[in-house]
Design a protein around this ligand. Sequence first.
Ligand SMILES: Nc1ncnc2c1ncn2[C@@H]1O[C@H](COP(=O)(O)OP(=O)(O)OP(=O)(O)O)[C@@H](O)[C@H]1O
Ligand SMILES: [Mg+2]
Length: 444
Amino acid sequence: MDSRLQQALSSALDDFEPAPGFRHYGRLVRVTGLTLEVVGCQLVMGQRCRVDCAGGATLLAEVVGFNRDVSYLMPLQPMSGLYAGARVLPIPGEETIRVGDHLLGRVLDGLLQPLDGRPLAEAGERVSLMSSPPNPLLRTPVREPLDVGVRAINGLLTVGKGQRLGLFAGSGVGKSMLLGMMTRNTTAQIVVVGLIGERGREVREFIEHSLGSEGLARAVVIAAPADQSPLMRLRAAQLCHRIAEYFREQGQDVLLLMDSLTRYAQAQREIALAIGEPPATRGYPPSVFSMLTQLVERAGNGMAPNGSLSAFYTVLAEGDDQQDPVVDAARAILDGHIVLTRRLAEEGHYPAIDIGASVSRVMPQVVPAEWQSLAVTLRQLWGRYQQVRELLPLGGYQAGADPQMDEAVQRYPAIAALLQQGIHEVTPLADAPAGLRQALGRQG
Ligand SMILES: Nc1ncnc2c1ncn2[C@@H]1O[C@H](COP(=O)(O)OP(=O)(O)OP(=O)(O)O)[C@@H](O)[C@H]1O
Ligand SMILES: [Mg+2]
């Protein structure tokens, strides 16, 4: 071909733009479990698509993997009416959400649709759904304490603004109640609650009983119960982090409570196994642990002059199961853990926090030395008392042999009274040192 003609042709081709309204689409070729296989269209990881369903309905799905020219999608909504060869239309552009004060007091799902029956105003700022954690060297260090209004935590496991803690407990030992108390009592200006993968009944119970109307007023609740697709559960967890990050960027002190991190890990396990990632640790594929770290890293402080984002993640830990890889991973990536035990709950000691097994790694940086030393003394006495606890009712403990043990036994009622707290009782952080001194019988 004439070279001039070739040049003219190729420049004409460069100028060619697809006709407006022209859309690529793929075809659904296979469905196994929750995995949709799509061919005939180039799809990007994480891209959202609409799948045509019988009867004119559509299903929202997201690309979670691919194998050669087959893309794997997972649904974000309940699947029904899928058929072979259905059209799969990619939704162009990056996904954005509208965040702002209009979300306060609302209960929403992972797609930011209201669950409380009231319409959601088209207000707020448009931000991208995805975000990455701030540069670790530019983050504001954890320096100030955060009041959570729970004596045992304020006094002995002081939380710093920007700290991330795990709440390790088995089922039914008072996790939801404790989260509810913190939501109502904290001095943080905004509370974001993520109810991920728990029973549907719990969502309503948590909102009505644990949170109450005062707690809900400055909270945003994102719920994705267990019956929702694993992708929706992941998304809801990411969404509550994004909302919390937004309020942090607005200079607010934010408290994020996520129940539970274990269910988040299980949702990622379901997805990873479905698309063929081999299981490694106790059925969990390796991607689960990197996803956990990525999620948790988004909490914490931002860069100055941002506010703070402190977070509590509940982790299901039945008995003394140290084998659970999620428990291990969570311990390693969080800046402290609060352990709730069934033994204390059975004794009616609520919140059932095992002081000896719990630790706040930032406490020494956020409280004065005297406070820290009172807390250490109280912990020691608590520990000593536990050694003889079972002997006492049998008369197997003789006073006089060990002065510290005697003090532990004598002080225990006062210590237990300090650590127990009624659901509707509030004790501010400022009262913590005095409370410790009183329980230890020291002068102020
Ligand atoms: N501070 C408290 N004071 C008195 N009772 C409490 C307190 N906290 C928890 N309880 C009791 O413990 C029960 C279980 O609490 P909760 O529902 O918070 O547990 P959970 O760990 O969230 O359970 P699940 O694993 O089922 O989600 C409550 O119904 C209540 O009777
Ligand atoms: Mg619960």
